[in-house]
Write a protein that binds this ligand. Structure first.
Ligand SMILES: Nc1ncnc2c1ncn2[C@@H]1O[C@H](COP(=O)(O)OP(=O)(O)O)[C@@H](O)[C@H]1O
Ligand SMILES: [Mg+2]
Length: 274
């Protein structure tokens, strides 16, 4: 621990806490978080999903959850859906009302999500962060030990520019980077099967290489992914051999491999060279 740092308290029962961040909004952070969590769960890992995007909590929509969680005493019970334990601000404040947060309130709600929810025994807890490098990420990073962070970007220069900031933020606060995911990498034309690089191509991989972080893979721009998300039937509910779901299972395998290579969050770090 470094001077001035608070001790970080693990969440009882949770083995690996993984933050999913991005520099920019709209790059597919929630889509990646939800489908990664579903893929991990379908691969046999007990998984939870914390929607920490308190400004735009979209996880309830993408998982088709409309009920509110109940409490036992002062313990909040996560909603169970598709084998996942899920918590979101969207359960508590549904509808279109904007949520305005000030720093201390924001910190409190994140701490409640971490400490007052009965997460149960989880191998992975995926945390969908708000875009950017703000207070939610800091509240999380400063108070719980993270196994690592995933940064989501599209191949466009504007998204990559912001992704580099997110990577540098995690570095500054000494959070292990599991790697960079390039979402909306390309579109396979449904008519002629030609690959169309809508937002340019290759920028995720080259940025990862330049910054010395792992490249966790490409997720294509796929209308089925959007339709599944909007309908509460995210594509990773489908089997691994489904062409629309495959990229998310590959991502899940890459993430678990990174976690295994790193070892326990508080244990010795092994540098992976590939
Ligand atoms: N790979 C993809 N293919 C098609 N649509 C996608 C893909 N990733 C995200 N989307 C869509 O783009 C929109 C923004 O994604 P979202 O996950 O909400 O982004 P963020 O959480 O970064 O703001 C959503 O409508 C989502 O369904
Ligand atoms: Mg989102």
């Amino acid at each position: 621990m470094h001077a001035g740092e608070m001790p970080k308290m693990p969440i009882p029962g949770v083995q690996n806490l993984i933050a999913v961040g991005s520099g920019k909004g709209g790059v597919g952070k929630t889509t990646i978080s939800v489908n990664l969590a579903l893929a991990l769960s379908r691969m046999g890992h007990k998984t939870g999903l914390l929607d920490a995007d308190v400004y735009g909590p979209n996880v309830p929509l993408m998982l088709g959850i409309s009920e509110a969680p109940h409490a036992i005493g002062d313990r909040i019970q996560p909603i169970e859906r598709h084998g996942l334990n899920v918590m979101s601000m969207g359960f508590l404040a549904p509808g279109d009302k904007p949520l305005v947060w000030r720093g201390p309130m924001l910190h409190n709600v994140i701490q409640q999500f971490l400490r007052q929810v009965d997460w149960g025994e989880l191998e992975y807890l995926i945390v969908d962060l708000p875009p950017g490098t703000g207070d939610v990420a800091l509240s999380l990073i400063q108070t719980v030990p993270l196994s690592g962070a995933i940064v989501v970007t599209t191949p466009s220069d504007v998204s990559l520019e912001d992704a580099r900031k997110a990577i540098n933020m995690f570095r500054e606060v000494r959070v292990e980077l599991l790697g960079l995911v390039e979402n909306m990498s390309y579109l396979v034309c449904p008519h002629c099967a030609t690959r169309v690089d809508v937002f340019s191509s290759g920028g995720g991989r080259s940025t990862a290489e330049k910054m010395g972080v792992h490249f966790l893979g490409e997720v294509p721009l796929d209308p089925e992914v959007r339709i599944g998300g909007d309908a509460g039937k995210s594509v990773a509910l489908r089997a691994e051999d489904d062409s629309h779901a495959a990229a998310f299972y590959q991502l899940a395998r890459n993430v678990t491999a990174r976690i295994e290579a790193l070892g326990a969050p508080s244990g010795p770090r092994i540098d992976v060279v590939d």
